[in-house]
Design a protein around this ligand. Sequence first.
Ligand code: T1G
Length: 708
Amino acid sequence: MNELVQTSKNGEIGILTVNNPPVNALSPGVPDGIVAGLAQFENDPTVKAIILIGGGRTFIAGADIKEFGKITSGENRRGPGFLSVLDRMESYPKPIVAAIHGTALGGGLETAMACHYRVAVASAQVGQPEVKLGIIPGAAGTQRLPRLAGVAKAVEMCAAGDPIGAAEAFKVGIVDQIIEGDLLQGAIAFATSKIGTPPRRTRDLSNKLGNEQSNTPIFAAARDAARKKARNLMAPLAAIDAVEAATKLPYDEGVKREQELFLECLYSDQSKAMIHVFFGEREVAKIPGIGKDTQQIPVNKAAVVGAGTMGGGIAMVFANAGIPVLLKETDQAALDRGLATIKKNYANSVKKGRFTQESMDQRLGRITPTLTYDGFGEVDMVIEAVFEGMALKKQIFGELDKVMRQGAILASNTSTLNIDEIASATKRPEWVIGTHFFSPANVMRLLEIVRGKASSKEVIATLMSLSKKLAKVGVLVGNCRGFVGNRMFGPYRREAQFLVEEGATVEAVDKALYDYGMAMGPLATGDLAGLDVGWRIRKEFKDAENTSVRQPKVEDRLCEMGRYGQKTGAGWYKYDENRRPMHDPEVDKLIDQIRKETGRTPREIGDQEIVDRIIYSLVNEGARILEEGFALRAVDIDIIYINGYGYPAYRGGPMWYADTVGLKKVYERIQEFEKAHGALWTPAPLLRQLAESGKKFADFDKQVAATA
Ligand code: T1G
């Protein structure tokens, strides 16, 4: 018996309770505790059946991910231990019932499937999310799951990694009974009904394993889907291979095959990067100096000013989270347009089966359109999402300062403007903060929370936890031009344009970054977002432009020609009626023109240079942002780029990627670019310092954590 696994009895039922908060991970000591408990009950003749249950809020949520790093670094050797624990459970002489609440994920579901029966409360979720960490199930999940749920379901769950609810788990055969009411009592009744029955070993079940003819199309379709949806990722394809092994090999050989595939993935850079992202998404919520004890403002009612693309999306975010929201516009036509877009988006989601018509109606019911500030005095938070102009924003904040109650939060969805200047339009700058959503706001997970110099700790703490409630990843950033994401995006798109001016084709630049793993190439991304957005901002900041340094020319010229991208049918590409991009010789002519004007002779440029120029421009600007304190940690920048800019999670983010390449190599490459292209490429002092001291951005983050 150990602290992590308690044993107790209820009549003839032995109960093993895993108590390893917060999520009962299979940390060192938990498997031993299970083994010790089973041994104790095996020798106790009064115990006729066993229940395995999780203490606190959940069943076992998987292996302890923190231990993986110790394995891949060679610090800890990965023993066969846990597989043999599960085999011992499966062959145990008394029925073992897993009682599931919260989440049974990864090693947690594998443990449950090694039990002879599984019961669950209706709200429980079960899944094999390992591919989201760049690995595959590594404790026979790919062998036991198809035996319980069938091949198609097992492939879907292991290759996509999304959990399923208890009802579906019951329907497909993973769960044997849904427990209404108290889980433990229900499990005891179920276990009692199994006393004296021969243990039902999952490995012996084969009637759901199909045959060559029935399985081949399943695996073919799954591989196609994985290649499309999880482009460049090794784990989903490995998971499919492992489940296929279950249908072709005897159980123990199937497990061996799974282990080979599991270890290949575990030692891959992709997995290390995705585990970095897993913990990174939790680390960004921790703000030095703003602890869990910081008082938070309850946000039970909200308001949004502006029902345009962003405002409408933000209103949906609140409605989706169950928070009633006022949506204000200046005139009826604009309001109607905004509501129509919201209704269209919701109808699309219903059509795709994401939620029911009834749920759509409930969400719509939480959005109250208005043309006045009536009711604004009762809301806890307002987000301004109007046109990106300082004068207009200050006017609105002046109005909000009059109508909003004291103690309410005033936020702006500005993507570039100075939060302190916006706050200066009010008498309560400590209640003002930036909430930079990404388009489409109801889809993109990233929320840049922009700290003004007066923003209070309470307001910041409130936004950090509210972002989780809004199903967003909230990252705290400083108030500099473009904040973090857009500030780095400037050099990113600048280099893409320079490379075209120097000789690369539009398609070559976009293809190189697409193959690197970006969701879309930088030039096509410009066309999607609208080239005029950046153009107007550049014009707004024309006076601040440093004319002594080289400026990209093509995009401004495209905008002067009215080519704003997809929305005008032409930008870097021209688009057909289905918005499919096509090469446009007009753009070649323009680029040739600009090369002549700037005296540039086009040269051969390889994919590696394209990727290095564009990605290292992110890294260098990111290092500047860190040393200037506008981002807390390098991992914050990684999480921003993965959740807001289509950066591939399997590369860990630009700062992690630089660490993977090695900062010395990155620094030397940037010095080459500085020699060739001038001061725009002056290495950030932090980058030079870390590179010269053989350190990583990860060391910078450790320092931040140490001083927090
Ligand atoms: N290992 C270690 N720490 C974990 C953990 C895990 N599996 N899961 C969560 N944590 C930490 C997390 O970092 C955070 O820490 C705290 O717990 C609360 O988490 C053999 C090899 C269960 C749905 O992938 O999806 O099993 O920041 O903020 O929002 O085949 O956590 O407070 O210090 O996320 O309520 C498979 C991962 C592992 C599940 C709860 N399992 N976890 O969400 O809380 S691989 C997973 C989650 C595996 C086997 C293989 C979620 C959650 P801190 P949280 P939450």
